[in-house]
Design a protein around this ligand. Structure first.
Ligand SMILES: [Zn+2]
Length: 390
């Protein structure tokens, strides 16, 4: 049996044996949890598994190839990580994080809190000891979004967070149901909604870039059957059974309308705007919208199966892509991203870091591209903000 046939069989066996119906955490939440150290899923193979009963989600192949394996302890250029979260909760953990990024070569990390009020202030205080290493961004307060007069209070809170130290906004979410910022959620208010206009305009005025996550990976919308390329992830966080949400393509259109409408606001679409499966479309968005960037966080495993197309995309749009992680602060997590971006290693598995099971390949990005994606594009976004009035 060749490898392909085996994969096919494994996939069908996985379906026949059934997958758990518990949908507790979202894809990102799982990624966060996993990266944060706790192990939400079984990683040890169960004893005495019959090949006929191996589930796709338990499949842990090892590469047979005697080919180069490159370990990169430190990134080739200093990095600005544009997508992280307040994973570290104590002064000790924050100090450990600083030690880790020193070792791997990350000079600055953007902490996307999505928070406002006391919650934002508390997180900002926690990280204030390292002002050169961390920037803490705030969220929007959507309370009252469904009542007349929404806007003034949200803008007031945004200006207050700005005064308290926020230098950007994020991570905002809209997975098709409506905008959300942490615990502050809306139903049916999307980024292109009129009610969002004053907020995004205020961001331009204050020089706050906006980090925004729209939609989710394509396989969550597709049929949950043996043709689904991301089935091992998709089933648990499926969206195909939620008919009343805006789909992936619709969310991308909504995002573009918002980006166009607020041409003075800088938008950073998280995770390639979930167009990692259709990078050419993302490229068209870049071409039409000079104020749009995308971060590459949490989509390493999803792009590493297509290294040639991906590296061409990086080359063509190296002025719009920014590095991000979104996966905790452990050193191996950073290093696997370096291996994918910097090396030409082929057919390796990284199931400890990623839930995606397919084999990965390095992009071997040239220095000029790496430097932009790792650092220069982010630096341009951060430096172009107007200085904060005293
Ligand atoms: Zn995130």
């Amino acid at each position: 049996m060749n490898r392909r046939t085996f994969l096919k069989t494994a996939s069908v066996a996985g379906l026949a044996a059934g997958t758990p119906a518990t949908a507790v955490l979202g894809y990102e939440q799982i990624m966060h949890r996993q990266a944060g150290g706790s192990r939400p899923r079984q990683t040890q193979p169960r004893p005495a598994e019959s090949p006929e009963q191996i589930l796709l989600r338990d499949y842990r192949p090892k590469s047979i190839y005697k080919i180069p394996v490159t370990e990169i302890a430190k990134a080739r250029f200093p990095i600005i990580d544009m997508h992280s979260h307040p994973y570290a909760k104590t002064p000790e953990q924050i100090a450990e994080w600083v030690g880790n990024v020193d070792e791997v070569g990350v000079e600055k990390t953007i902490i996307l809190t999505a928070a406002v009020g006391n919650e934002f202030d508390a997180i900002h205080r926690q990280y204030a000891k390292y002002p050169d290493r961390f920037e803490v961004w705030c969220g929007f307060d959507f309370s009252g979004y469904d009542r007349p007069g929404f806007g003034a209070a949200a803008i007031k809170e945004l200006a207050r967070c700005y005064q308290a130290g926020a230098r950007g906004v994020g991570e905002l979410h809209d997975k098709g149901q409506g905008m959300a910022s942490g615990k502050s959620k809306t139903h049916g208010m999307h980024p292109d909604d009129l009610r969002m206009d004053p907020l995004f305009e205020k961001c331009a005025e204050l020089g706050l870039p906006v980090s925004i996550h729209v939609a989710d990976p394509i396989w969550m919308y597709q049929k949950m059957d043996r043709t689904n390329d991301g089935l091992m992830n998709a089933y648990q966080w499926r969206l195909d059974n939620q008919p009343n949400i805006v789909g992936l393509s619709g969310m991308v259109e909504i995002l573009e309308r918002a980006v166009k409408k607020h041409s003075q606001t800088t938008f950073i679409a998280c995770h390639f705007a979930n167009l990692d499966y259709d990078l050419a479309r993302l490229g068209e968005l870049f071409d039409r919208n000079p104020n749009l960037y995308a971060d590459i966080s949490a989509r390493y495993a999803e792009t590493a199966p297509i290294p040639r197309f991906a590296s061409q995309f990086y080359a063509k749009h190296s002025d719009r892509l920014v590095y991000g992680t979104d996966m905790g602060f452990e050193k191996p997590m950073y290093r696997i991203t370096f291996r994918i971006l910097e090396t030409l290693d082929e057919h390796f598995y990284e199931t400890e870091q990623f839930d995606y099971h397919w084999s990965l390949n390095g992009f071997g990005l040239p220095d000029a591209t790496l430097q932009r994606v790792y650092h220069d594009n982010a630096a341009k976004i951060l430096v172009s903000r107007p200085p904060k009035p005293r």
